[in-house]
Write a protein that binds this ligand. Structure first.
Ligand SMILES: *Cc1c(COP(=O)(O)O)cnc(C)c1O
Length: 234
């Protein structure tokens, strides 16, 4: 295999092996035969380290901040990129042609702006509805109670395609939140007559095995892959 970079990062190599093993185990325990995608969450991580993960086989990157992504993307190896951070409507135009999915759609206004910008680029943008499953006041996302109506509303835009749900559960709150997300996902999927509703983005460094148990199709992993961040941002 052609080397993308000279550097070797044994920590990332080891971490990636552990993560894959843990996911395989969780899949087997849950009797799942479908697939889980591992997203490498790149916030604060230098491009050389991101590229090493890509070289190891990571095919999907998760970006939190528009500015940081725009600064780093020219240095990235080829990989699919999803936007997963809080997104202001006035920033949509900077990323609309640079990502293949937006996980953090939490208002009709944001979906409307994504629709408008996607139309300008002659494309259809895949999106996920962000659910605030822990009902935390400090977090973005739609409450579980309003989720179905919200999904109905944002499904009507022509240039966005609602593919599923995403959540960032409260820290250390156990498996029930994932079980609740799975239930919500299945309910809404059943109400999306015929649409492609197949993505459940949940599980981070501390809880991805539990998320896999409850049907996650994308796990978003930062620190368990790249190491502890010096400062915490979401
Ligand atoms: C930072 C972040 C992650 C990854 O967090 P870790 O705990 O480092 O794995 C996942 N999703 C979102 C939205 C994030 O901001």
């Amino acid at each position: 295999m052609e080397r993308l970079c000279e550097a070797d990062f044994p920590d990332i190599r080891e971490n990636y092996g552990i993560i894959r093993e843990n996911i395989d185990k969780a899949m087997a325990l849950a009797n799942r035969r479908d697939e889980v995608r591992i997203m490498a969450v790149t916030k604060t991580v230098p491009p050389e380290r991101v590229n090493f993960a890509v070289e190891l086989g990571v095919k999907l990157l998760g970006e939190n901040r528009v500015q940081e992504y725009l600064e780093k993307r020219d240095s990235y190896a080829k990989a699919e990129v999803h936007f997963i951070g809080g997104l202001q409507t006035n920033k949509v135009k900077y990323i609309i042609d640079k990502v293949s999915m937006i996980h953090s759609v939490d208002s009709v206004r944001l979906a409307e702006e994504i629709d408008r910008r996607a139309a300008q680029h002659g494309r259809i943008m895949d999106i996920l509805a962000e659910i605030n499953i822990g009902e935390e006041e400090t977090k973005g996302g739609i409450s579980a109670e309003k989720a179905k109506d919200f999904c109905g509303e944002i499904s009507r835009f022509e240039n966005v395609r609602l593919r599923g749900l995403m959540t960032i559960p409260p820290a250390g709150c156990g498996e029930e939140v994932f079980a609740r997300m799975q239930e919500l996902f299945e309910t809404i999927k059943a109400s999306q007559n015929g649409g492609l509703f197949d993505m459940l983005s949940m599980g981070m460094s501390g809880d991805y095995q539990a998320a896999v148990k409850y049907g996650a199709t994308i796990v978003r992993i930062g620190s368990a892959l790249f190491g502890q961040r010096k400062y915490a941002i979401h």
